[in-house]
Design a protein around this ligand. Structure first.
Ligand SMILES: [Zn+2]
Ligand SMILES: [Zn+2]
Length: 171
């Protein structure tokens, strides 16, 4: 996409919307899109500076960071740039800004940072691997007793169950 400065009215806001498919996104994102990515480009030129905003929004196929289950995740970002005739993307020959690089950058920055299958995902049990969203395992009850050689082992006998809270700490 290009912005032709000779066709740009000072102070007026221009906006273009597009939908990107996996083909448009290519290798910029690691994930597959679960729906087309909405890309909106808007800009206003004031006193020789073009204030550009590229906004992306969509969903990608992903795996939950906590439990590993396949799910979809929101993706998107906002990139703001101030363009002048000194900017790298300025094409002096045609008096245009070439936005492809900035749009590619916005698409690449859209990847979700954290992925959760649901906001309160309980994750996996670190001991048996049971998905805690599907129910609790018995690992918590069967936690091994602290070893006899461990110097803290003696504390288990002084405070059998949460001992410090029952007021019996004075010997
Ligand atoms: Zn999960
Ligand atoms: Zn478990």
């Amino acid at each position: 996409m290009r912005i032709s400065l000779s066709n740009t009215q000072e102070g007026r806001t221009y906006r273009y919307d597009a939908e990107f498919t996996d083909e448009d996104v290519g290798s910029l994102l690691d994930s597959t899109l679960a729906e087309p990515m909405r890309v909106s480009v808007s800009y206003t030129t004031v006193e020789g500076i073009t204030y550009l905003r590229v906004k992306t929004e969509g969903k990608v196929d992903a795996c939950c960071d906590m439990c590993g289950v396949a799910c979809t995740a929101d993706c998107g970002c906002v990139v703001d740039e101030e363009l002048t005739r000194d900017s790298q993307c300025y094409d002096a020959l045609r008096d245009e800004y070439v936005l492809d690089g900035i749009i590619d950058e916005a698409v690449a920055l859209s990847a979700p940072r954290t992925v959760l299958c649901k906001p309160d995902c309980k994750g996996l049990c670190p001991i048996c691997g049971q998905n805690r969203n599907h129910g609790n395992c018995n690992c918590q009850q069967n936690q091994p007793r602290i070893g006899e050689n461990n110097p803290f082992g003696v504390l288990q006998d002084i405070f059998p169950t949460g001992g410090a809270n029952n007021g019996s700490t004075k010997m």
